[in-house]
Design a protein around this ligand. Structure first.
Ligand code: ZN
Length: 134
């Protein structure tokens, strides 16, 4: 299943927890895993706190410290910082499904991470159904 997104800034963390949860609920899978995959080279997906918005602000700042935009990169497109952040954060997540729901921790949310927006983007969600365990 594909989730289409439109980002609005060059760097942005978009909380997609509800969209992924809806896909799980619609599938009827009660036990298994959701594979969330980002097919872009200047974006990523991650799980982190979705209670205090300062957390994603700090993640954005910390990643900019690790991968400054202007650092004499070779890639002529001017978005090497985005490519680097994409590889640091990673292209996929696997989230357990228990009782028909995403088994996330209390403070965890699933984020789509934009590092070279604004753009039209998407993630794919693949549901892996497993046996119901006691
Ligand atoms: Zn590029």
């Amino acid at each position: 299943m594909r989730i289409d997104l439109k980002t609005s800034r060059r760097e942005e963390f978009v909380d997609i927890t509800g969209l992924v949860a809806r896909a799980v609920a619609a599938s009827g899978v009660s036990s298994g895993a959701a594979l969330v995959f980002c097919p872009h080279t200047t974006a990523a997906v991650t799980i982190n706190e979705n209670a205090d918005p300062d957390v994603v602000a700090d993640l954005t700042r910390g990643l900019a410290d690790l991968a400054p935009r202007d650092a004499g990169w070779r890639h002529a497109e001017g978005n090497s910082d985005g490519h680097l952040k994409s590889s640091l954060v990673g292209p996929s997540l696997t989230v357990p499904i228990e009782g028909g729901r995403l088994a996330l921790g209390t403070w965890q949310g699933i984020y789509f991470c934009e590092f070279d927006g604004p753009r039209s983007r998407h993630v794919s969600v693949t549901l892996l159904a497993g046996p119901e365990l006691p």
